[in-house]
Design a protein around this ligand. Structure first.
Ligand code: DQA
Length: 142
């Protein structure tokens, strides 16, 4: 089992970025947490973070037939990017949508998600632990 964890804009600034919303853990903490969990479960994991929409589209398309599942937090692109949604649909790789904050309790413009419809599940408001929840959801489906 091989999993790809994709994070979008400003997730590399975790720990510094609005800690009242996103918490004090860093992007490295996030990767270590998921890596440790994957090691315990015998899952291979790769990480990708980008602030550029096209790069996220490329990594999704390039993972065709190379990855069994995707955990993705497209960050702000969640609410704007049909291109990322189309790429996920193109490769037909099961994915879980993750948000560190509880977007359902935030601004109106965060209520749209172009990737939710075809996601295996959406996890939100659990901080960086949400990525582990996403991993467990994907593993249960196997
Ligand atoms: C986010 C929520 C988005 O609305 C926001 O643009 C982000 C992060 C989250 O993880 O809570 O950048 O995806």
């Amino acid at each position: 089992m091989k999993i790809l964890v994709i994070n979008g804009p400003s997730i590399n600034m975790l720990g510094v970025r609005e800690p009242n919303i996103y918490g004090s853990k860093t992007y490295d903490d996030l990767c270590s947490l998921v890596e440790e969990e994957c090691k315990k479960k015998g899952v291979l994991v790769d990480f990708f973070q980008s602030n550029h929409e096209g790069d996220i589209v490329d990594i999704i398309l390039n993972s065709y037939k190379k990855t069994d599942a995707i955990i993705i937090n497209p960050a702000a692109y969640t609410h704007t990017s049909i291109a990322i949604a189309d790429a996920l649909n193109a490769v037909s790789i099961p994915y879980v949508e993750v948000h560190i904050s509880d977007v359902s309790k935030r601004e109106e413009y965060r209520q749209i998600s172009f990737i939710r419809e075809n996601a295996v599940a959406t996890v939100m408001g659990e901080g960086i632990s949400g990525y582990v929840t996403a991993l467990n959801i994907l593993l249960k489906g196997r």
